[in-house]
Design a protein around this ligand. Structure first.
Ligand code: M6R
Length: 610
């Protein structure tokens, strides 16, 4: 949460920072600001709201210069208003800081600094940083020593960039716990929370590690560790397509990303299924010997990635016959998981930066459990802190509501379960071939669903005033019900709950009236008849039925007020297809209600606080 950016080079710094911040806006959009050295003087512009609000402020009150820092905020400490917007400055407004993370001991530090006569301007934890540096400078320290002494005093998680009026050729930084990347272009240097903020101008990058600090000039990075030793580093070429970072003609990233899902599936299938039906995971992995012994898997993840984990459990148990538990990352570390036998933790995360999931990885490693992560950002903290990782290959996902990363997670988990089944020699060849045939049909089946998106768009007006939704699914599609409900509430702000169909009669059925639409995920398969019973129960109580059923079903559409068919597939494939109409429902209802689906209120794409 929160995005930070720094730039030094020949270009006008305000426009470089604005582009960078816009690309980081998925990390938070409560307020935004920049600090620039304009003719040797520190100038700060900040505004409540989104980057476009800051842009308007800059049009009215421009700044000029070639060195500066910027911030887009997801509020943790202090209201989301202009006063609390970053960058924050010291008492004499010579030092500016943009920070991502939480300074846990800010209260004690602030009390101490106030006693020393420092004047604070905000309610944030961040503001202690420029004041601590100011205090060190007051004692006669050079800026490098002042910064080093400051970071010794900070507790918590942070990445920050710092501008000092008296040092107009360097941007200082430190990282411990929150992401920070250095980018190098032609005679220009960048610092940012994430690579999209610095492409295409930055050609090479280095991911700053925890407990590293230093400064950048136009031409180079000067890197030190927390023992004050210089650190060597290798710059890597940036491989990112700028087209992936714009809306490509769609009204919103969310819709674009929903429509990208067939292409994402094709890419994963081509990459992972070799001739003869062998599943390939090119990434560094555990030895086959360890994998064939594996007797227990614990999946840890959050939000949509947790729903993917629930489907992953079904795949791993069905194909690889490995007993699998699924934990919310935020709960995992507190239940003191038992580490015994040949256990492996799978951490699933689109961003690779979710603080709860990072904490659970540390917990697992402390118990000597090996961690394999499934991430969409291979230079992320989760990828680097895990023993090995699998690239989800969904491409950059910018909409705050996760869509294509979810189906990419399901596909990769399915293939990983088949890979483990292969290692253990437990799936007969015919069954393997039958599953692979089905998997290869998925991209075209998704295209078929998307070609009928208009059907769902036309439903949306009927739900403009709806207050509550219920989603029901069973077995493989219980997680689909949870995910459908999460998508709808995230982007349309309609209250929605997902339940396992079998649990419905144990309480949630009390919610049903003629004003509550119930989405019933009812594909053909083992649970079909049971879901029909759920539909009957809702109809008996005058609830409205929205059904997602298999094409050609002659029963369910007749029992439904709204119905949408997904192509024929086996039950285990159905979660990948059935979620797509639910993503579309959430999107179109949000737009109908005038909500902004790419930037829902109170949310941020990477949740980097615990
Ligand atoms: O980046 P991660 O997959 O670790 O994120 C986990 C959740 O924060 C995320 O899935 C969240 O629930 C999304 N907003 C869902 O659309």
């Amino acid at each position: 949460m929160c995005g930070i950016v720094g730039y030094i080079g020949p270009k006008s710094v305000d426009s470089v920072l604005l582009v960078g911040l816009t690309r980081l806006e998925y990390r938070g959009y409560d307020s935004a600001g920049i600090a620039v050295l304009d003719s040797g003087e520190l100038q700060v512009r900040k505004e409540k709201g989104k980057i476009k609000d800051l842009e308007r402020l800059l049009q009215a009150h421009p700044v000029e210069g070639n060195i500066g820092i910027g911030h887009t905020r997801w509020a943790t400490h202090g209201e989301p208003n202009r006063k609390n917007a970053h960058p924050h400055v010291d008492t004499h407004k010579r030092i500016a800081v943009a920070h991502n993370g939480i300074i846990e001991n800010h209260f004690e530090l602030k009390q101490e600094l106030v006693r020393e006569g420092h004047v604070f301007h905000s309610d944030t934890d961040t503001e202690v940083i420029p004041h601590l540096v100011e205090e060190e400078l007051k004692k006669g320290m050079e800026i490098e020593a002042a910064l080093f002494n400051t970071i010794q005093r900070l507790r918590g998680r942070y990445a920050f960039v710092l501008l000092y009026e008296k040092d107009p050729s360097r941007i200082f930084f430190a990282r411990d716990g929150s992401p920070l990347v250095y980018g190098h272009g032609k005679g220009e240097s960048f610092l940012a929370s994430d690579v999209p903020a610095i492409v295409p101008a930055a050609l090479e990058h280095y991911v700053i590690e925890n407990q590293q600090w230093g400064w950048v000039t136009r031409d180079e990075l000067h890197l030190l560790d927390y023992g004050k030793q210089s650190v060597g580093f290798e710059l890597k070429k940036i491989e990112m397509n700028v087209q992936d970072l714009d809306k490509g003609g769609f009204d919103h990233f969310m819709l674009k990303e929903i429509f990208e899902q067939s292409g994402v599936m094709r890419g994963i299938i081509n990459e992972r299924i070799a001739e003869g039906g062998k599943v390939v995971f090119g990434e560094k992995n555990n030895s086959n010997e360890f994998l064939s012994r594996l007797s227990r898997i614990i999946i840890t993840s959050a939000g949509t990635s947790w729903h993917a984990g629930l489907v992953g459990k079904a795949y791993l148990e069905r194909f690889a016959k490995i007993s699998t538990e699924v934990d919310l990352s935020s709960e995992f570390r507190y239940r003191n998981p038992v580490a015994e036998g040949d256990t492996k933790v799978l951490a699933i995360s689109q961003s690779g930066e979710t603080a709860d999931t990072i904490a659970s990885i540390y917990e697992a490693k402390a118990k000597f459990i090996r961690v394999l992560s499934f991430v969409n950002n291979t230079s992320s903290t989760i990828a680097r802190e895990s023993n090995s990782f699998i690239d989800l290959k969904a491409g950059p996902e910018i909409g705050v509501a996760s869509t294509k990363a979810y189906t990419a997670q399901l596909m990769n988990l399915l293939l990983y379960a088949l890979f483990l089944a292969g290692v253990k020699w437990i799936l007969d060849k015919d069954e393997r071939m039958r599953i692979f045939d089905e998997i290869r049909r998925i991209p075209d089946q998704i295209d078929q669903i998307l070609s009928r998106a208009d059907v769902i768009r036309q439903w949306a007006a009927d739900f403009r005033e709806t207050k509550d939704f219920v989603f029901l699914g069973r077995s493989f599609n219980y997680p689909t019900a949870l995910e459908g409900a999460l998508k709808l509430k995230e982007v349309s702000y309609i209250h929605a709950s997902g339940y396992a169909g079998g649990e419905f009669k144990h309480g949630p059925i009390a919610l049903i009236t003629d004003e509550v639409p119930v989405v019933c995920i009812t594909p053909q398969g083992e649970i079909y008849e049971k879901m029909i019973s759920n539909i009957e129960e809702v109809r008996a109580r005058k609830g409205k039925i929205i059904s997602i059923h298999t094409e050609g079903d002659e029963k369910v559409p007749g029992m439904s007020d709204y119905s949408f068919g997904i192509p024929q597939c086996s039950e285990l494939i159905s979660p990948i297809l059935a979620v797509i109409p639910l993503q579309l429902l959430a999107y179109y209802v949000a737009v109908e209600r005038g909500c902004e689906p790419d930037q829902p209120r109170n949310l941020a794409k990477s949740v980097t606080v615990e």
